[in-house]
Design a protein around this ligand. Sequence first.
Ligand code: ATP
Length: 640
Amino acid sequence: MTHPSPAAPPLTDEQRAVVEQPWDTRLLVMAGAGSGKTHTVVRRLDHLVGGDDPDEALEAGEILVLSFSRAAVRELAERIARHGERANRVRARTFDAWALDLLLRTYPDTEWHAESFEARIAAAVKAVAAGALEVTEEGPPAHVVVDEAQDLVGERRNLVETLLDKHQEELGFTIVGDSAQGIYGFQVPPESRVAENGWFVDWLRGSYPDDLVELELTATFRSRTPETRTALPLSGRVQRLGGNDAEVESERLYRELSDALFDQLGFDSLDDELFLMALRDNPTRTAILTRDNRQALMVSEKLRDHGVPHALKRKLEDRFAPGWIADLCARTDASVLARSRFVSLFAELNPQPGIEGDEAWRVLLRHARAGSGRAEQIDLTRVRELITAGRFPEELAPADTAPLTVSTIHRSKGLEYDRVVLLDPPNWSVLPNMTKDPVDPVAEVRGLYVGMTRARDQLLHVPGPEVRQLRTEPGSGRAYLGGWRRWERYGMQLRGRDVRRDVPPGYDTGAEPARVQEYLRGAVRPGDPVALHAPLALPEGNGQSPRYLIVHGEEERIVGEVSEGFRRELYAVRKVSETWEIRDWPAWIVGGHVDCLEAVGGAASVAADSGVAGNGVWTAVRLAGLARFAGFGSDDEEKA
Ligand SMILES: Nc1ncnc2c1ncn2[C@@H]1O[C@H](COP(=O)(O)OP(=O)(O)OP(=O)(O)O)[C@@H](O)[C@H]1O
């Protein structure tokens, strides 16, 4: 019998049956949206690490929990902290982080960081097949847990299949998912999507014909009102989509889902005062969900114009260390920290990160323990190495705390909000005009279904913004604002990595880096507007824009400068064609905002030379939003 913590909702009989299976069970649970799959997984982890029979209990390190995005890992970690009792030593990892770790340990001489995510996963498949897990310190896992299994496609699917196959004699698993929510985005090319449909679940059933245990969860818990339950009666049909009649049935379902959404309360436009009032100063956790990134950028810009604070949800694979760890490193000269010192430094942080000091200590100790002995100390040099290598623990990723989030539906998978505003789904007949890829009818239906099932209390809708002028620069995938004429360029998307990271912000800009650090930590907050300013409108090098400084606040304080990558991509956006001559550069790029602060790891010597404390870890801003070019020398472009 597992004992729920006081705050955890009680388990239903069906959920308990999942939770209490022995560790070596091969378990598959495919169930609808909001049926408590993630909740049940958390409680199952508790059971696995500490069921009634100690002989049956697994060590936390024997359980491998794989997830798709850092957001999902974070969500799982939060739920484990909230509703798990003994499971808080179990770590959830993204497929990418797990694959990278395995490769670094198996083939330490290869420069794996330089490889793409996909290439690393493919290499990890080969490593697992060759028995790499048998020679690791902890050996192969005893139990593998995968949430959101419907999204397991392509190389990631291959990775899990290989892992289960290779270690089938000694391994149990818990795989949960909902086939109605399979939207793979760019994980597989369009031509492979039909084949991927249901592949993994079919593979499980085919591979374990005699001992796969399949259990159901039939109740739903997320939707607490009739309006948020509108999509649920169609769950079964959405789950079964995919046969010969997929196209016809998709169109039918898409219309039925759209009609059900249009029956809900809606607003006239994104500029509707009622709509804006409903969002302003409202603590209800709300998400505005869009079909694609371009819509998300435009909605965010509109809200900004109307002074509605919000966060723009990051890409699922964005990986970086939260700003607070740089702040913490800067508060001490020591290179190792014992628990009491760590916890007291943590308590000094302002603002407080959205996690407990004890939790941060536990996670960091696991990743950056000083020495090899039993001493419980964190080595800050190791912390810096983790940050520099892009391996800072995912469980400590910055939390989404904004009451209002603008997100693509794709990025909202597995998450829930009290209130969801969906952009009006386009008519079925205009879908082909919305993307350059062929329309994937099944994905369209599932996307709409996922969006409609994220709400607890309220489901609303509003017409989407005009996005035709927002194009994508093919080389970088960056969105830019064009016009009716081919050469027009009015602005572009800012991204997290657009900030120079090899030196502390302010270095070589006339600002004092140490003061910039103080200012960043004391005065710069997520959502604040920032502008980019080119003091000299001269390109920095071949194929690059001029240097832009990032300025913040009314006093236009310098808080960093753009990266070389940004300068190249800005050049690519403005270089309309091979023969196009860029006559001048905007002195200002305005309308972007601070996504959040991050910790960057660099050379301790450069930091020390610039008077920046923190032993080579410093704070930098991450940028987001759609920014517009302004302040041109030439009249034509100024007018434009
Ligand atoms: N037995 C239960 N009693 C009350 N609430 C529950 C129960 N099980 C789950 N919940 C709550 O229902 C909500 C949805 O649960 P959860 O996110 O685990 O569903 P899910 O099946 O993973 O959803 P999705 O597939 O849409 O991501 C959560 O707020 C969770 O706390």
